[in-house]
Ligand binder design. Sequence first.
Ligand SMILES: [Zn+2]
Length: 339
Amino acid sequence: MTHLPYLHCLELPTPFPLGAVNAYLIEGDPLTLVDTGPRADSTRAALEAGLAAHGYRIEEVGRLIVTHHHVDHIGLAAEIVARSGTPLYTHAYNFAWLADYAAERDRQQPFYHRIWQDGGVPSEIVSAMKAANDRLPQWTANVIATAPLAEGDKVTLGSDVWQVYHTPGHAGGLICLWEPRSRTLLANDHFIRDISSNPVLEPSPLMNGPRPRRLVEYLHHMQRMAALDPVVALPGHGEPVTDVAGLVKNRLTFHKRRAQRLLDSLDGQALTLWELTQPLFPRLQRGMDFFLALSEVLGHLDVLEANGQACPRRDADHVRWVRRASAVGHANGHDDARA
Ligand SMILES: [Zn+2]
């Protein structure tokens, strides 16, 4: 049980280095599950045991909500829907991922390919990232969402009315759920206590708009959720966050330092995304770790660009980042959201 008697955290093992994922069981009518864990035998068994500990079976789930499209949050959704007949709700951004994860990934490949090519990422690293990416669809199965959840929607969970917030950053379709009476935030991967949430690089949903600046968005929505002054944020991984303001302060400091370090390395030279990433993360081995590192560095470059401190310049082969002549002093982060 959490501090709300109807709300239970189900800690589910995953086959991923990140470890367990938290799903949330909400008693009441309908019986609600928030997030599912990946489609893995050990995860399914833990989910069944977790439900059974509260006297329920998967077949009794009457409403399923998934908070964003990552496989550790949606993987078992198709199976839960098939076994229980539950409606499935999520932000509309996630619909295509749920309907056909592999097809959506394939559709986005040219976007990533262009970024890696522009960024001077070596072909063996690109291959390693693609191999990691190719392994993801096995952890989920296709399912059609019933209806969208959007910013401002209200959902009765247990005995309270919860509000939906759309907080892109870690993922474009990420939603948080907020209960103002107990000041509880169901935060999934928006707030994680012991690791900083990666601003995962994504194209615009229709692939025809500007690339979303995920870290810029994340810093904004992190402060927007902190401004609600939650008593507790219940995360998608690890322990509850009881000092949200402190966590946000630490994250802002971390991102500001990282952005400043990149800005310093642009002193007198123009560098590609790869040339900026490698010195920061010299010992990576796994394809997925390269992807997350490149994603984060591009996020920091976006912050520097948004602050007018650096900008990308295209030459014949690559995009190189340069420090802007007017850039003096320190990276400002993006801490104006409270103003
Ligand atoms: Zn995630």
